[in-house]
Ligand binder design. Structure first.
Ligand code: G6P
Ligand code: MG
Length: 218
């Protein structure tokens, strides 16, 4: 393996909790139920696809304009939560794992469905720990389509077969697999046994991605 391609929300930092809070507030306002099961189905999907899940069972139809406004309402709330992000919100484990993988010679990329990724990378300093980032602004199709993982591999200049894709969502696992990568599942997807590797923590990547043999080759 030569490169590791990471999902962001729920893998490198816990912005998945903020997505939950913002979707829940919207659902509450509309009088719709929104629980962890629905939230998990939203993981990795685009904002508009996630909205469809939030609106399920409402018993009414929404126009395209109404949906745009609802998605915008959620995003305003989400972005207000993001304004509080600082480098301290980057878990120590994330920093340690990224720095150590880099020290071992792996190329590191982001493959996120989020259009807010650039702001999150800048606010937390995460961007400086990665070689390149691909996000929802760069692709036409969100996960489970492999586009975001394929583009990350292309930007790194590494064949997808030489990449590990790391994701916490079933849609992300499917996307990385469709891209031809070895899939390391964390969080929910790991609990579901969806990955080739089902990791208990991000730190376990260090056991799966050794450095010594790479140094021998160098
Ligand atoms: C990630 C999250 C999803 C979110 C999507 C779009 O994949 O897991 O829950 O819907 O990004 O995020 P955005 O920040 O563009 O609304
Ligand atoms: Mg995720």
């Amino acid at each position: 393996m030569e490169a590791i391609v990471f999902d962001m929300d729920g893998v490198l930092l816990s912005t998945d909790r903020m997505h939950f809070e913002a979707w829940k507030a919207l659902a509450d306002r509309l009088g719709l139920p929104f629980d962890e099961t629905k939230a998990q189905r939203c993981l990795g999907l685009s904002r508009m696809e996630s909205l469809e899940i939030v609106l399920e069972g409402s018993g009414r139809s929404f126009t395209a304009e109404e949906k745009e406004a609802l998605a915008e309402e959620k995003n305003r709330h989400y972005r207000a939560l993001l304004r509080g992000l600082t480098p301290r919100d980057l878990p120590e484990e994330t920093v340690e794992v990224l720095c150590e993988l880099r020290r071992r010679g792996y190329r590191l990329a982001l493959a996120s469905s989020s259009k807010n990724a650039p702001e999150i990378l800048a606010r937390t300093g995460l961007g400086e720990l990665l070689d390149c980032a691909v996000d929802g602004n760069d692709v036409r199709r969100a996960k489970p389509d492999p586009e975001v993982f394929l583009l990350a591999a292309r930007r790194l200049g590494v064949a997808p077969e030489r990449c590990v894709g790391v994701d916490d969502a079933l849609s992300g696992v499917a996307a990385a697999r469709a891209a031809g990568m070895t899939v390391a599942a964390v969080g929910f997807a790991s609990g579901a046994g969806a990955g080739d590797w089902n990791l208990k923590s991000l730190g376990e990547l260090l056991e799966r991605c050794p450095g010594a043999e790479r140094e021998d080759k160098a």
